[in-house]
Ligand binder design. Structure first.
Ligand code: AHR
Length: 490
């Protein structure tokens, strides 16, 4: 197979917001307890955070981490996780039917984030709670005033405000599974009033309203329209969530799923603009794709986890090589939509549907770690629109899916990085990349395995890892492979 990618410096999509390489830590399973926090672990630091995990999170370079949920946040009282640890209440978490000890809360998490070199994207509880507790949390985190909640933070040992910039107005409130699920109109009113008082408390914050929990929600579209009509002037972003899976073992259809992500993004952006036009507004509401990943491997085993366990193994998907390819195509889609997607969070970061896994013996990296790391490291700068000419094929319901999907980024050093996935399961591809004059290939990485179902594990951590390809003039990218081609200016 042959393909050609043409990249022009004149065809700019957008400056990429680094926050599209964000991630997510929820109080769920072993994400916090036994994941980022394990005071008895040999690598634990003075606050009980695992240093081996911190080192790997730094390697991914995530600029933001959403916290503390997820479904968890809709039943969470943030005060439970503050102050003297010996007095913190142990509570039932109804979202995941587990026990929450509150040994980690916002005080510890913001400290962890600092140590990980990232920033907190904070979600407030709009399930069991509302505007009042949300504004109190903003005061606790961000204000230097001599008032009750700012003083409470100081008493807890944090003199300086945390300065959390980005806030989510609840989580997946359109889902009947959500604690205190709301109709679109109910959520729109609640979110609007919460947004107002949160911004009155700290006008520097940015707010993300809940969009749909996935593209197949029966209320998708109408939900966004209702929320945007009510909240438009008070919010900055609307969220999108979507998880992908291959439960029917139909790999061609699975690897084509980025087409659905692309149309999801474009539809939500169109609804934002429809409401903008209705309101004759100058302001553009952008998108926060703050939960995306593969999630299906662990669904069956999770049905057997006993209720009210403490930090059980939940949502511990073990990702194979084809999952990494899909993640690569989803990253490409986020970059190619970076004019509207300003925030995105790989859900999640540690142990729970995660690129980083922990055991007492050490950490290991899942297959999906690598495309995410490549995109986060080399996908910063300005997204250029690549013109890709290649063969297409039908994949299940999706027609004319291109075999090659690519993104191009002009990096700060003037170089250009091209990310490309060859979705063909059979054919290597002779790839021509036409760049402006004066660029030469300086570095190339490939993630490839003969076995689409190959996985990593604690015992075989390097089963699927990227290889550095020696630039040799020939541009052949393997069948079913993820590729990073870095060009420098000469
Ligand atoms: O990331 C796991 C869960 O998926 C989150 O808690 C929820 O928001 C979504 O349904």
């Amino acid at each position: 197979m042959k393909a050609k990618i043409t990249v022009s410096r004149d065809d700019v999509i957008s400056k990429i917001d680094d926050r599209i390489y964000g991630s997510f830590i929820e109080h769920l399973g072993r994400a916090v307890y036994g994941g980022i926090y394990q005071p008895e672990h040999e690598t634990a630091d003075d606050m009980g955070f695992r240093k081996d995990v911190l080192a790997l999170v730094k390697k991914l370079g995530v600029p933001i981490v959403r916290y503390p949920g997820g479904n968890f946040v809709s039943g969470y009282n943030w005060e439970d996780g503050t102050g003297d640890r010996s007095k913190r209440p142990k509570k039932l978490d109804l979202a995941w039917q587990t026990i929450e000890t509150n040994q980690v809360g916002i005080d510890e998490f913001q400290e962890w984030a600092k140590r990980a070199g990232t920033e907190v994207m904070m979600a407030v509880n709009l399930g069991t709670r509302g505007a009042d507790e949300a504004r109190q949390l903003v005061e606790y985190c961000n204000l230097a005033t001599d008032t009750y909640y700012a003083d409470m933070r100081r008493r807890n040992g944090f003199d300086k405000p945390f300065g959390i910039k980005l806030w989510c107005l609840g989580n997946e409130m359109d889902g009947t599974w959500q604690i205190c699920h709301l109709t679109a109109q109910e959520y729109a009113r609640k979110a609007c009033e919460a947004a107002k008082v949160m911004k009155w408390t700290d006008p520097n914050i940015e707010l993300v309203a809940c969009g749909s929990s996935n593209k197949n929600m029966p209320t998708f579209g109408e939900w966004e329209r209702t929320v945007l009509r009510e909240c438009y002037d008070h919010i900055d972003y609307i969220s999108l969530h979507n998880y992908y899976g291959n439960p029917d073992n139909d790999t061609p259809s699975y690897l084509a799923q980025a087409v659905n992500m692309d149309s999801f993004i474009k539809t939500v952006a169109a609804i934002c603009d429809e409401v903008k036009a209705e309101k004759h507004s100058e302001k553009t509401v952008n998108l926060s794709f703050d939960e995306w990943n593969v999630w299906f491997h662990s669904s069956e085993q999770d049905k057997h986890v006993p209720r009210w366990s403490y930090a059980p193994r939940l949502l511990e998907d073990i990702y194979n090589f084809e999952d990494a390819l899909l993640v690569g195509t989803l990253l490409i889609t986020l970059i190619n939509n970076s004019d509207r997607v300003k925030i995105a969070c790989l859900a999640q970061l540690v142990n729970v549907i995660a690129p980083i896994m922990t055991e007492n013996e050490g950490c290991w990296l899942q297959t999906i770690f690598y495309p995410f790391m490549h995109a986060s490291l080399y996908g910063r700068g300005t997204a250029l629109r690549p013109e890709t000419v290649c063969e297409c094929c039908d994949a299940g319901k999706l027609k004319d899916v291109p075999h090659i999907t690519a993104a191009a980024v002009e990096n700060a050093d003037g170089g250009i990085t091209v990310f490309a996935v060859n979705r063909s399961l059979d054919d290597d591809c002779e790839l021509e990349i036409a760049l402006p004059d004066g660029y030469e290939l300086s570095e190339q990485f490939e993630l490839y395995s003969d076995d689409l179902k190959a996985v990593n594990s604690l015992d075989a951590p390097d089963n699927v890892t990227p290889a550095k390809v020696m630039p040799n003039g020939e541009r052949v990218i393997s069948r079913h492979s993820w590729n990073v081609l870095r060009f420098k200016k000469v």
